[in-house]
Design a protein around this ligand. Sequence first.
Ligand code: F6R
Length: 614
Amino acid sequence: MCGITGYTGPRQASRILVEGLKRLEYRGYDSAGIAVQQENLANDGSIELTVIKQVGKIAALRQAVPKDLAGHCGIGHTRWATHGEVTQTNAHPHSSCDGRISIVHNGIIENYQALKEMLEHSGCSFKSETDSEVIAHLISYHYDGDLELALKAALKHLKGTFGISCICADEPGRIVGARNGSPLVVGVGEGEMFLASDVTAMLAHTKRVVYLNDGEVVSLWPHEFRISDSDDQAVDPKIDHVTWELDAIEKEGFACYMEKEIFEQPDSIERALKGRMDFEYSMAKLGGLNLSKKELHAKQRVRVIAAGTSWHAGLVGCHLIESIARLPALAELASELRYRNPVVEPETLYLSVSQSGETADTLYAMREVQRRGGTVLGICNVVGSTIARESDGGIYVHSGPEIAVASTKAFTSQLAAFYLLTLSLARMHDMSHHEGAVFLQQLRDIPGLVKKALEQRDRIQVLAKKYAHNQDFLFLGRGLLYPIALEGALKLKEISYIHAEGYAAGEIKHGPIALVSPETPSVFLVPNDHLREKTITNMKEIKARGGPVIAIASEKDTEVAAIADDFIPVPDCDSRFQPFTMIIPLQLFAYFCALELGKDVDQPRNLAKSVTVE
Ligand code: F6R
């Protein structure tokens, strides 16, 4: 969703701001802009704010910014419209009536209408239809020579969520920011400072960062920064070191980030497992859970809270935990859990699963559970993200930055985390040392199997050419492969805009079979266990009604290959681990269909990488 950048230092601010915004493109946006403090040489050399905004891609903004735009301090923004249409006027930054103060804002100001009326009454004239513009006018209303004090006074009026960054023409070199519910990170450089909603915006310049907490306000100058909390007390900042490398946010020769991230999975899964497989005790080493063995053992049930792809990983995880560790486990959509007045029991272990660690639905649901005394562990990718910090402990999945909007490598890393957690829980209950050792060996082989599954690339590209022009698809699987069918359908619809339904294969005769026709292909995930025969029966039911069938099954399964119209083999492995091998062809299929249809694979329409609004 919206992104923020800020820079103060000796370099040309506009360049750094636009370059930072380019790094934030992946979050999803529809317009962008910057505001820079600039000396007015024609006049008396006093500082003025130059604001430049454009609808569309960062490339358009870059074109609009004069190459020689001077100024060493500024703020930038990518907007994903919530209040008001996608127009240049509604794009950020927004400015006070006198143009001396400019702000950028992520989040939503719930009481903006009342504030707007109050400000209009006092003489302010509004230019945009956004909720954010009230912030600029409020700060201006309270301004008396100190931007931080004015922002703090303005915050007292605001209801809602925000990450705010602002500058004032009267305070050269100073940026002030505030956080409540939308992330803000300070980047500490040598004689220069950065402020952004996401570390990727500053990774090219510094890896020393300070994550702001809700309620905190920060003032930045080139050589120093100062943070205070909601009680106005100075905060001793904790400087973290980002471990992500710049390479990780480059395309490195791939056509797009999604392709790169799909092919990175043997390595990203390896990272998720690294140092966590204890062969001596046939256990997983999960140091961040912050629960003693006794406390973990005492948990009687597991509940996953998540959205989208992370929820699909949670469905796989719950299936594993229930069938292998023998604890009742359910994965629930965060957006549903929060509003249904859930019963929270102390003996239930809650797992909040999120790639970004910022998804509003997941965060609010998790807070609801914590408010009722529940213990919530986070399974997150982004270090220092809100969910990671607010959970009671957890597992980082270490997939590295995921830039493409469609989640791929984070999903398989989340799966890896669930396999490790399943092992831990199972070994605490009735899994033997020997069974644990076999499970670990199989888990260790997963990166190699995923690498082999990726070798089907060319075959899948050919199939995508054949099928991409169909309007509707069914994705069908049973057991552990049912969530993989859901994930395959989600991947296809989000990047190629083809309608796809994921269904439990056993459920099709209860309704969806009515959709089957020669124009509606079905993608079947055929396991190699007790559910294989039943899945083959479902395949035959579809074939009997003239529906084309693409089957994905073990490379050894000649029977399935013979029944299906098209067959994608995956490396043979224990069926408990087939989610890893089966998701690969589905990711590739969605990717190649989107390419075939000429879609923007990395930034699909209407979608944002990190959904920070409900
Ligand atoms: C799908 C996708 C989304 C996210 C969902 C949750 O490819 O990316 O469905 O999975 O918005 O996001 P996180 O995992 O960041 O909480």
